[in-house]
Design a protein around this ligand. Structure first.
Ligand code: CTP
Length: 249
């Protein structure tokens, strides 16, 4: 793709010119999830959500531009960023995302869990298209694994875990509850009912909460700008030796 060629050229120029300072994430591995999972009902239909993957992809691009090696597990590989340092791992379902993320998380210094993961999936997938002549179908659901909570229970010391919370009500209270319940360092919360915020928009507005009560407000901005603020907060946390898990770099 043209973007990959351009990115590779810049990479080579930067390396040979020697003038570019190394990014502040050089030597770090960042795992990003992006997009909404699709849980199949039959070969034709699925349960999904409105996530476009844009915020997750902006996070992957931002981390890579700052020198990180990025693994991007995404349900939207066709619109994922390309370039040196970014590996795209395409997935569709919550179970596929869980497998990919759990496998990669052990190596990650930072995990940015921006994907909108289904909480429930149909019990079994119909082998054939469900026809309307059969009447209103009864689709039974079962819970999926909470990937972020699982990472929160078994992460390695020094790893920074960042969750996301898309809310329509009681933004701060819900986000704080998720921060504690999932055992993460930071939670990035947005009110998806506000104009220009979240799903299917080029812009976002978030509040970043940390487990020590710190709050950073990021007003409505391009998703790449928001990604910059989130990566800044994660990097500050990575360097923060106050954290019981933190390293001292
Ligand atoms: N998440 C996850 N696995 C799930 C559901 C959510 O890893 N099965 C992660 C999301 O990627 C996000 C965070 O948990 O980083 C919060 O997701 P969200 O959908 O806002 O919260 P839920 O825990 O699903 O709660 P609710 O849907 O009731 O708000």
């Amino acid at each position: 793709d043209p973007e990959a060629i351009v990115a590779a050229v810049f990479d080579v120029l930067g390396a040979t010119a020697g003038g570019e300072p190394p990014g502040d994430l050089a030597g770090r591995t960042v795992l990003v999830t992006a997009g909404g999972t699709r849980e199949p009902i039959c070969p034709v239909r699925f349960l999904g959500n409105r996530s476009s993957g844009r915020q997750g992809h902006a996070l992957a691009a931002e981390a890579a531009s700052r020198g990180a090696v990025v693994d991007c597990v995404t349900t939207q590989p066709g619109s994922a960023p390309v370039g040196p340092g970014i590996r795209i791992i395409p997935v569709e379902t919550a179970a596929e995302m869980a497998d990919a993320v759990v496998g990669l998380a052990a190596e990650a210094d930072v995990v940015l869990m921006a994907a909108a993961v289904a909480d429930f999936r149909p019990v079994g997938v119909a082998a054939r298209k469900i026809k309307k002549e059969g009447g209103v179908p009864e689709i039974r659901l079962e819970p999926t694994m909470d990937i972020l909570a699982a990472l929160g229970r078994c992460r390695r010391p020094g790893q920074v875990l960042v969750g996301f919370a898309a809310e329509t009500d009681d933004l701060r209270q819900n986000a704080e509850a998720k921060l504690r319940a999932k055992g993460v360092d930071l939670i990035v919360a947005n009110d998806v009912s506000a104009p220009g915020v979240g799903f299917e928009h080029e812009t976002n507005a978030v509040v970043v909460l940390d487990d020590a009560g710190g709050v950073v407000e990021v007003p409505l901005a391009d998703k790449r700008e928001v990604a910059r603020a989130v990566v800044d907060a994660a990097l500050a946390r990575l360097r923060d030796d106050r954290s019981p898990n933190g390293d001292d770099t």
